[in-house]
Design a protein around this ligand. Structure first.
Ligand code: AOS
Ligand code: ZN
Ligand code: ZN
Length: 424
């Protein structure tokens, strides 16, 4: 399905009067409105290829139909999202689910949609049909050097695919760990994982980054070998300047202070990328901002403050990615909601009077500090986000237009009602 620019233009025209009324407050009263809109236009969030189809749990899966059946169709879906919001100009691929048969053609297709390739993702958490050795007891940590070798080679192959597509980062997420006390020698697992990562690191092109993603539990429920930001940070430090920690918001134990983790990693120059999502209990895949929007705002405040302190470009210095899975929603609708939630949190963080905040901190005035934060959080910044999307060529309300155009029904018409996206 092709989204004609005229659809967006007509839709925006129909909404323009109401939008301008809400925006006029901002343009007339708020001096920082213009720079915030500009920053929002520049800020792009990568869509993971595996979030375009319905996920599921171990109990079942309820596909919504019209899901992408190939890498080409995944790119088309992200292209559609990007055409609607002009804020999802990148796709994050997964190998082997997205092996490109013709990298040049895939690159061209992505360029036609205005997309670039964000971090590549390797997979040593599943056994593939043609695979010689099993990852049942881990991959980069495995006791058998031959299994480690196989996992290292796979990661190097993922880097090669990424080079062909113009990506510049590899995300390594490991399910390695143990399910029962006593099963694993933690120190040996750490050293073996480090040794394997060193070989992968050595295969990175000079301008590439390696993101070490951590996760507190699942699928291993007793220990995870890269289980928290401390171990990820250790690996990244030992590996060298091209290695960074990747923070997936859903990968912490309940109530962890993620904003503080982010602040320290950024301060140390070791924060590399993000997987945005939300969680209520121990899940890691809900819509960003759907459960704890205040936490998302506090995280963005640390990001903005920390990046500014280091003179970093907000849009370009870190890998901004969504990592989600959808059980009951149309995946594309959910991704539009996630991107918007991220933009809102970013805009609210940009709104905070940070000079006054620093003053409140230095004079030990927690009441004033809280007022400054909540003042920004309670401000409706939706007109700013809508204006940024409109100026960039997108729709004033991407989700409303998506529904108005019956996109899902059209995709079902093109691809069928019983589609299974490649991947999870
Ligand atoms: C798994 O829980 C991690 O979040 C991974 O980042 C990701 O979901 C996986 O690599 C998908 O391929
Ligand atoms: Zn993740
Ligand atoms: Zn996850």
């Amino acid at each position: 399905m092709k989204l004609e620019p005229a659809y967006i233009a007509d839709y925006n025209q129909s909404q323009l009067e109401g939008h301008q009324r809400k925006l006029s407050y901002w343009t007339q009263e708020v001096a920082t409105a213009e720079p915030i809109i500009q920053k929002l236009i520049d800020f792009q969030i990568a869509i993971p290829s595996w979030a375009l189809g319905t996920g599921g749990t171990r109990f079942g899966r309820f596909p919504s139909g019209g899901e992408p059946r190939s890498l080409e169709e995944k790119i088309a879906d992200v292209g559609l999202l990007h055409a609607l919001n002009r804020a999802s100009g990148a796709i994050s691929l997964h190998i082997p689910w997205d092996i490109p048969t013709d990298a040049e053609a895939i690159k061209q297709l992505a360029a036609q949609h205005g997309l670039r390739f964000d971090a590549m993702n390797s997979n040593t958490f599943q056994d593939q049909p043609d695979q010689a050795l099993t990852y049942k007891f881990g991959s980069l940590q495995h006791t058998d050097p031959a299994v480690r070798r196989q996992a290292i080679e796979h990661n190097i192959e993922v880097i090669q695919h990424g080079i062909a597509l113009g990506s510049d980062a590899l995300t390594v997420w490991l399910s390695d760990g143990s399910c029962f006390p006593g099963q694993l020698n933690f120190r040996k697992a750490f050293d073996r994982t480090l040794g394997s990562l060193e070989e992968i690191y050595a295969a990175l092109p000079t301008d590439w980054k390696l993101f070490v993603e951590y996760k507190a539990f699942e699928p291993n429920f007793y220990s995870m070998t890269v289980g928290d930001w401390g171990s990820s940070f250790l690996y990244a430090n030992k590996l060298g300047p091209k290695a960074y920690t990747l923070v997936d918001l859903g990968h912490h134990l309940p109530n962890a202070n993620i904003e503080q983790i982010v602040a320290i990693l950024l301060h140390e120059g070791k924060l590399g990328g993000f997987h945005f999502n939300d969680s209520k209990y121990g899940d890691d895949d809900l819509t960003a901002g759907s459960i704890k929007p205040y936490q998302l705002f506090l995280i963005f405040l640390e990001l903005v403050d920390g990046m500014d302190a280091r003179g970093m470009n907000h849009a370009k210095s870190l890998g901004w990615m969504i990592d989600a899975s959808h059980n009951v929603k149309d995946p594309l609708e959910d991704l539009l909601q996630s991107v918007e939630a991220i933009q809102l949190a970013y805009a609210q963080a940009l709104l905070v009077d940070r000079v006054a905040l620093e003053e409140a901190r230095e004079t030990n005035d927690p009441v004033r500090a809280q007022e400054l934060l909540q003042d920004a959080f309670r401000t409706d910044v939706r007109p700013l986000v809508a204006e940024a999307q409109r100026r960039a060529g997108g729709a004033l309300n991407p989700l409303a237009l998506y529904r108005q155009l019956n996109v899902r029904q059209k995709l079902i018409g093109e691809r069928g009602a019983k589609t299974v996206a490649t991947g999870l």
